[in-house]
Design a protein around this ligand. Structure first.
Ligand code: AMP
Ligand code: MG
Length: 500
């Protein structure tokens, strides 16, 4: 019998790898580790479509091999990126891709360049004490939460595939191993700049900054003040991103500088979760003992991370005058609260059903949140039932506030405000339902789906939950159990673990 060793799809991805080509010295070429028995758990067909990659070809043994790292697809130049980072405030000068490998870049249907990387594909030069691996549960978790974010319209990396490896990874107990394929606008982080800044490698910093400008802010190309422009652009994207997180109650959980992407996408889904009862002090991560990355701290932490980014750019902003560089960079960072506030208020107005701006709107929103905080009302349901109340049916909303005497007076105030709008109540309700989701990946439902998949190899709950959260604004019969907050006992003991 004659067999061929040629890959079945030699040019499936049409890779064009600028990071490998233009940034030598910023990474270590690295081949992912083959796994014993690759088995595809899921291919993201709609993402494959966006990337103009044949989903049918991916949904195959070949797909299982390439997305597990067992075979390098044609045109890929696998590498592990170098980066540093502040972790919980302390600086680690060398982190890097300890369990990830960038395969390469593709142009999607809109002509946007996207990275395709593997996570959990074995040890690299940056692994330190880690095993370089990942488990089924956390990889499916990243799939679920990132798809929820995408469906909510929030910039995010996405998962193209999850493959079970057929080997066990050793954590607190042995778990089935997995590799995930991640698609990102790029994987350049604040920590990537910090790596070269900490080593005093000014030429490399400039190359990296010019690379990011070419990729994410091409309008700045060639301008004399382009590095300050880059700082402004990254600050703007983060202000917008964090405001969107806050509007849906998303808690990232590990906002270390190595987990902040310059593209403005949400990246590195570890111990993240959606808040249920409204409380700005909410923390889910078991490693965040001091509450540094609590829900309500996220805007301040983003500004802190951006200040660390600004520091790396100082030698480039005005190479002749450190004082002037500091002054210019400080002005940008100091504008963060105002920028963030602008995006947040824009989001809140939409959630409140307002299409015009009134100077009392900030106060109206704050008073509403204070009401929720008083009784730890479920954040997602409260907004959704407020949308229902836009046409007069306040019953379901009122039932969330059983003990509150302040709800009626706030509702009066909201009605007086909405009466100044030209929109009809029906249209307002429709608009509110398009920004206030009914389905989010609720913690209890996520954990149920993941343990069924991880412990019993049963993906049916995962698929059902995914179907609910990928159409988050469209209330459908039969999905009521996805709208309910977890039991207090569950929430009490709920913690998510990262890095597993
Ligand atoms: P994270 O907390 O996932 O953002 O990762 C922080 C750093 O730890 C990065 O440099 C990762 O590559 C590395 N890391 C996390 N998990 C592992 C692992 N299992 N093996 C090796 N490196 C890891
Ligand atoms: Mg990370």
């Amino acid at each position: 019998m004659v067999t061929s060793n040629a890959p079945p799809y030699p040019d499936l991805f049409r890779f064009d790898n600028t990071y490998a080509r233009d940034l030598q010295g910023f990474y270590v070429p690295w081949t992912p580790t083959a796994v014993p028995a690759p088995h595809l758990l899921r291919i993201n067909e709609s993402l494959a479509y966006d990337l103009d990659i044949d989903a049918g070809a991916l949904n195959s043994d070949y797909g299982a091999r390439i997305f597990s790292g067992s075979e390098v697809p044609g045109g890929a130049t696998p590498l592990a990126q170098a980066y540093a980072g502040h972790q919980f405030g302390g600086f680690a000068p060398q982190l890097g891709d300890g369990r990830a490998v960038l395969l390469g870049e593709v142009l999607d249907r809109r002509g946007q360049r996207r990275d395709i990387a593997l996570k959990g594909s074995g040890r690299t030069a940056f692994s330190r004490g880690g095993d370089g691996k990942a488990a089924v549960g956390p990889m499916l978790r990243e799939y679920l939460i990132s798809e929820a974010m995408h469906a909510l319209g929030i910039p995010t990396t996405r998962v193209l595939a999850v493959v079970k490896t057929g080997e066990q990874v050793i954590r607190e107990r042995p778990l089935p191993g997995a590799v995930l394929a991640r698609v990102a606008a790029s994987h350049v982080r604040v920590g990537t700049f910090q790596f070269f800044a900490a080593r005093g490698e000014r030429d490399k910093l400039r190359m990296l900054a010019d690379y990011v400008i070419a990729r994410h802010d091409p309008q700045l190309k060639g301008l004399e003040d382009r590095y300050l422009g880059l700082l402004r652009a990254v600050t703007e994207r983060q202000a917008s991103l964090i405001a969107q997180w806050m509007c849906v109650g998303f808690i990232h959980g590990v906002m270390n500088t190595d987990n902040m992407a310059l593209s403005g996408e949400t990246i590195d889904y570890g111990p993240c979760a959606f808040m249920e009862g409204f409380n700005p002090a909410t923390v889910f991560s078991s490693i965040d003992r001091g509450g540094r990355y609590a829900y309500g701290n996220q805007p301040e932490i983003a500004a802190w991370n951006l200040a660390r980014f600004a520091e790396t750019l100082l030698p480039l902003i005005d190479p002749k005058s450190p004082e002037r560089s500091i002054q210019l960079a400080t002005e940008v960072i100091q504008r963060f609260p105002e920028l963030y506030g602008k995006y947040w208020l824009k989001g809140m107005r939409a959630k409140l059903g307002l299409t015009t701006a009134n100077e009392d709107d900030l106060d109206l929103a704050s008073e509403w949140l204070a009401l929720l905080e008083q009784q730890r009302t479920d954040y997602t349901l409260a907004w959704r039932r407020l949308a229902d109340a836009a046409t007069g049916d306040i019953g379901p909303l009122a039932s969330l506030f059983a003990k509150s005497k302040s709800l009626p007076s706030w509702l009066d105030r909201w009605r007086r405000r909405t009466a100044k709008e030209s929109t009809s109540p029906e249209n307002r309700q429709q608009a509110m339902r398009l920004v206030n989701p009914i389905y989010i990946p609720r913690n209890q439902r996520v954990e149920e789906a993941l343990s069924a998949a991880s412990d019993r190899g049963d993906l049916s709950l995962f698929e059902q939950l995914l179907a609910a959260i990928t159409r988050p604004f469209e209330e459908r019969p039969g999905l009521e159990h996805y709208t309910e907050p977890a039991s207090p006992e569950f929430t009490e003991g709920y913690q998510t673990f990262c890095g597993t």
